[in-house]
Design a protein around this ligand. Structure first.
Ligand code: BGC
Length: 742
């Protein structure tokens, strides 16, 4: 390929328009006469979905076999960027082996509601966690010379009416919650492409949103790649080009290209604007084709082993009464494995991310292979996965088996039909036939362990007391069956932590009253109080808090220090493995600003580290907080504002298991808030420049000397007060104040 400026000079207007559209479902457009090849893109976020033949974006047509790694629901719970990077490298290597130039992932949308049908494809309810893990995934994939598509940009937090709904979000919430992860991933990992979402944001389609696609993404964050549409997200191709959308997929051939050509010819779209988009597409093609490293053969076994190790890192041990796990069976013991999911595992979700796995581990087989000789592992299905009613025969058989077994392991979960891309759930409950079976099992055994497979959070409160242990495995990929055997029998030590709060009731979720909206709008009424930020603000009890997860060993925290430096705070503590075996702890640092000018969450995750320690070993963990970590987005200043004062720092094993805390005083100049005639008397008085100016102008004869009246009319704009006689403020005073110090 020639250099981009020369190509731009040679391309016809029609060719330029065609380069900004795909040529089919999965390919960009080639211009053979100028040696411009086409490149292929393919889903997806946790495994390649390369469709060699006919394309569709909902996973209906088949795809070539690929390793199905743990889905984002699971990877998010790893709290381990290093692991996610390794998964990304493997995914990138598979894409290279299949000659796919860009992998359409990761998806880092915030889990706003547990009902979102696509939560299994998203990482966390917290932007730091989603952003750091998304960054690691991009770095891993792109280290293989393969691009990524960071998606779905932005505020695509539900499936209901996803192609039209307007997410109505205030700018502070957008910046602090819904954009922060994208900002981190773009600035730290430079994805080759960003995929705009289907929905509108405050009434404007993401695909036509100039503020989103150009002002924020490119001008503020420095994104230099291609913005690609989600499949079918473009409605007005000319408006989309003008807003900064470079590549439309799949191509609306004969319509979009013609519209762009017409718009340029009629002067409605400057050709220079089109040229910028074309240049970005050409740069993407160049990036994807300069690589001439040999294509590695697909490492099916190695990647399956990685998928197994990763799945083990992601499972969250929610409870483990009496240390029932790991199981320690001896010859002569019987373990009852109950639940159809043990034989027919559910390990991924439905829709565009659906992978055709290279192989699938069956939990029952893996447990049988892992137990010592002489241990019987007996199975009963207990329920039909898609059956709504209880199957009495299956249930009775399971109860009879449980009665004679030493330990019962019940594999429960959501049927595939309960959660998918394309629709949201209406409740958080496990199917009634499963929970009813659990209640019956609990009447014949106390030694009951529940293993869960679900992509979105389920409600545990109605049934969890029936068991001693609950192991949440999420949808953990094709090797989830092997991983669960490793965890149950102690070959692996659980180290996953919740990336989302598990509420006692759906009604407690902060988005409850505003999800999924109506009449084409969903109002993000909870503002920044998403997930644990909301539960903590209301001090609501939850089943399990954000960040929670147990291990087969225990950890102690000590020696917290916090030192405020020049615009940074350095925080450190020691962590000691006080239990009997090697294990991993996720050390979490939460920050609160108790006296802020805006409503801020009680605490927010600002740093974390996963550390591995031998029994008895200690390590020191150090975090550095930047000014940005302590700041909020001010809609008045239209920037991040660090308010000086006292900040609360807490370190712990979850958002509600805070082991150490301290405060630190941070110095910062007061934010420069522009004052005008509509600024209130109080705002003027509080301002470091405006206050003295006002006092000098008005003196103490009028309102400023009236201690009783001041609090009553302090919230009047000063231009309004100018109309009130006797207060010492005239229109001339206001003009003088607004003009500023001479
Ligand atoms: C999904 C995207 C996906 C695309 C291509 C869309 O429906 O929202 O996540 O990458 O299809 O399959």
């Amino acid at each position: 390929m020639n250099d981009i400026p020369s190509l731009l000079a040679e391309l016809t207007l029609e060719e330029k328009a065609s380069l900004c559209l795909g040529s089919d479902f999965w390919h960009t457009t080639a211009v053979p006469r100028l040696g411009i090849p086409r490149i292929m893109v393919a889903d997806g976020p946790h495994g390649l979905r390369k469709q060699p033949d006919r394309g569709d974006h909902v996973g209906i047509s088949g795809s070539v076999p690929a390793t199905c790694f743990p889905t984002a629901s699971a990877l998010g719970s790893s709290w381990d960027p290093e692991l996610v990077r390794r998964v990304g490298e493997a995914l990138g290597a598979e894409a290279r082996a299949q000659e796919v130039a860009v992998v359409l992932g990761p998806g880092i949308n915030i889990k706003r509601s547990p009902l979102c049908g696509r939560n299994f494809e998203y990482l966390a309810e917290d932007p730091l966690l989603a952003g750091t893990l998304g960054t690691a995934m991009i770095q891993g994939v792109q280290s293989q010379g393969v691009g990524t598509s960071l998606k779905h940009y932005a505020a695509n937090n539900q499936e209901t009416d996803r192609l039209r709904v307007s997410a109505d979000v205030d700018e502070r919430t957008m910046r602090e919650i819904y954009l922060a992860g994208f900002e981190r991933a773009v600035t730290q990992a430079q994805p080759w492409t960003v995929m705009c979402s289907y929905n509108k944001i405050n009434g404007v389609y993401a695909s036509e949103h100039a503020w989103l696609l150009t002002e924020v993404l490119r001008d503020e964050w420095g994104f230099d790649g291609v913005v690609v549409s989600d499949w079918g997200a473009v409605h007005d191709r000319v408006a989309a080009v003008a807003a900064g959308l470079d590549l439309e997929m799949p191509p609306n051939l004969g319509v979009s290209d013609a519209a762009v050509v017409d718009a340029v010819r009629s002067g409605r779209l400057a050709e220079s604007v089109l040229d910028v988009a074309v240049a970005r597409v050409l740069r993407l093609v160049e990036r994807a084709t300069v690589e001439d490293r040999p294509v590695p053969p697909l490492d099916v076994d190695g990647h399956h082993a990685l998928a197994r190790a990763a799945a083990a890192e992601c499972a969250v041990l929610l409870r483990n009464d009496d240390g029932i796990l790991p199981l320690r069976p001896a010859a002569g013991d019987t373990i009852a494995v109950i639940g159809e999911f043990a034989r027919t595992p559910r390990f991924q979700g439905a829709g565009s991310s659906q992978v055709n796995p290279t192989r699938v581990d069956v939990p029952l087989d893996e447990i049988r292979a892992a137990v010592p000789g002489g241990v019987e592992v007996a199975f009963a299905a207990g329920f039909g996965i898609d059956a709504i009613d209880r199957d009495e025969e299956l249930a009775a058989e399971a109860v009879a088996l449980a009665e004679r077994a030493g330990t019962v392991v019940a594999f429960l979960g959501l049927p595939a039909a309960a959660e998918s891309e394309g629709f949201d759930r209406t409740h958080m409950d496990l199917p009634a036939n499963q929970t009813a079976l659990l209640a019956r099992l609990a009447t014949v055994t106390t030694e009951l362990v529940v293993v869960l497979a679900n992509g979105s959070a389920v409600r545990l409160a109605p049934w969890e007391a029936y068991g001693k242990a609950v192991l949440e495995c999420w949808l953990s990929g094709q090797a989830a069956g092997g991983a669960v055997a490793d965890l149950l029998l102690g070959a692996a030590n659980p180290s996953g932590r919740l990336a989302e709060t598990l509420p006692l009731r759906l009604q407690d979720n902060p988005s409850y009253l505003n999800f999924p909206g109506e009449a084409g709008h969903v109002r993000y009424g909870e503002g920044v109080f998403v997930g644990y930020r909301g539960y903590d603000a209301l001090d609501l009890p939850v089943s399990y808090p954000f960040g929670h997860g147990l291990s087969y060993t225990t950890f102690e925290y000590g020696d917290l220090t916090a030192t405020a430096g020049d615009a940074t705070v350095s925080v450190s503590c020691t962590v000691t493995n006080t239990g009997g075996r090697r294990g991993k702890e996720v050390v979490q640092l939460y920050v609160g600003d108790p006296q802020a000018a805006v409503a801020r969450p009680v605490r927010e995750l600002k740093a974390y580290a996963k550390v591995e320690l031998d029994a008895g070993a200690s390590t020191t963990v150090t975090f550095t907080l930047t000014a940005r970590d302590l700041s909020y987005w001010s809609p008045v200043v239209r920037d991040w504002v660090l308010e000086g004062g006292v900040f609360e720092l807490a370190i712990g094993a979850s958002s509600r298991d805070l082991r150490l805390s301290t405060t630190v005083v941070v110095d910062a100049p007061p934010p420069a808030v522009p004052l005008d005639g509509m600024s209130t008397l109080q705002e003027w008085l509080a301002d470091p420049i405006g206050g003295p100016l006002l006092r000098a102008e008005v003196g103490t004869g009028g309102i400023l000397g009236n201690a009783e009246l001041l609090p009553v009319i302090g919230n009047f704009p000063i231009s309004t007060l100018a109309a009130f006689p006797g207060l010492g403020i005239t229109h001339a005073t206001v003009d003088k104040l607004v003009a500023g110090p001479s």
